[in-house]
Design a binder for this molecule. Structure first.
Ligand code: AMP
Ligand code: MG
Length: 329
């Protein structure tokens, strides 16, 4: 199968036609690129799992274009949940509700809950609206690979497996959505993201946070899988001193290391290879996945600086620690 990369209105129109014909299409969102298919048709859903090589017990997120599109998909909608929806949608958050009958079990991996997201990205919303159906979509990477934040990343993983990638440029946020379970007494974050616990607590009162370690009995299916792993080993350095020591040690071992660091410290790298992740937290978040993808092609050992625990960086570190298997130096 030939995989086209198209942009603009034409791409949205072609994408929607393909979806209506039962195909799957990659599309941009503000978090990462998604691999979408008709969420109400289990044969389309099966194509998504197949193209990604995704385990069947890892549920997909259902994407919508308008708030009203939530109602047919859920069996319960409380006043509290209405408040969360109105405050955070559209945006980089996935909300879990009790699912209605029309959502196929394959979308939710057999769970009684459905994850729903309304992207802020206009291309995504226009695309979903043109499809005329909710769109089930996980990230558009091959299973266990780093999530894609450009059309080119998607092409690397999906070439020959899907007919179309809608190109919307770089994803603005750069990491996957926050997943918030609204079916529990205290809403619970199953996956941290750009909408932080602090932001949610302000609206809901109290939120249970997810600590981010890879744990096998995690309530969010999918969190137990090794995610976002570059193809070369990666470690996290607790400070710049440890980073330099580790770099030089690996270099002496004959490896070609590369450091992922903040813009403020590039001068301390000397002749060593590095990628500047940016100066602000949102730049670091936007660049982290591209940096991992690009680095694995030019080095054989990645050392990422500990980015700290503040707000957005806590969510970025959740991904970095998964990619490194939690290895610290
Ligand atoms: P991806 O879009 O590739 O990041 O995958 C979607 C992720 O959303 C899954 O791996 C889960 O962590 C989460 N998710 C989606 N639906 C549910 C659900 N019904 N219950 C728990 N987690 C979900
Ligand atoms: Mg994913």
């Amino acid at each position: 199968m030939e995989t086209l990369i198209e942009s603009g209105e034409q791409a949205i129109k072609l994408g929607a036609e393909l979806i209506r014909a039962g195909e799957i299409v990659a599309f941009p969102t503000e978090t990462v690129y998604g691999l979408g298919g008709n969420a109400l048709d289990s044969s389309c859903v099966a194509k998504i799992y197949e193209a990604k090589g995704r385990p069947a017990d890892n549920p997909l997120i259902v994407h919508i274009a308008k708030i009203e599109d939530i109602y047919p998909l859920v069996s319960e909608f409380s006043e509290r949940n209405k408040k969360v929806v109105e405050k955070f949608m559209p945006g980089p958050i996935t909300l879990l509700f009790p699912k209605s009958e029309i959502v196929p079990n394959s979308v939710t991996a057999g769970l009684k809950t459905v994850g729903i997201r309304m992207p802020k990205c206009e291309i995504a919303r226009k695309f979903i609206e043109s499809c005329g159906t909710p769109i089930a979509a996980p990230s558009a990477n091959a299973s266990t690979r780093v999530s894609p934040t450009t059309a080119k990343h998607v092409y690397e993983d999906m070439k020959g497996r899907i007919p179309l990638i809608i190109d919307g440029g770089d994803s603005e946020v750069g990491i996957e959505s926050t997943v918030l379970d609204l079916t529990r007494g205290i809403p619970t974050i199953l996956r941290p993201g750009a909408i932080t616990a602090e932001m949610l607590a302000e609206v809901i009162g109290s939120v249970r946070t997810h600590k981010g370690e890879v744990i096998s009995s995690a309530p969010a299916p999918g969190m137990k899988y090794k995610h976002y792993a570059p193809t070369v080993p990666m470690v996290v350095a607790k400070d710049m001193n440890s980073l330099i020591v580790e770099y030089d040690k690996q270099y002496k071992n004959g490896l070609k290391p590369l450091a992922l660091i903040r813009g403020q410290v590039v001068s301390s790298m000397g002749d060593r290879q590095y990628v500047n992740l940016g100066f602000t937290d949102s730049e670091v978040c936007r660049n982290i996945y591209s940096a991992m993808r690009n680095s694995e092609k030019v080095c054989d050992y990645i050392i990422c600086i500990d980015l700290g625990e503040n707000g957005l960086c806590k969510s970025v570190m959740n991904r970095v620690l998964k990619a490194s298997g939690g290895k610290m130096v």
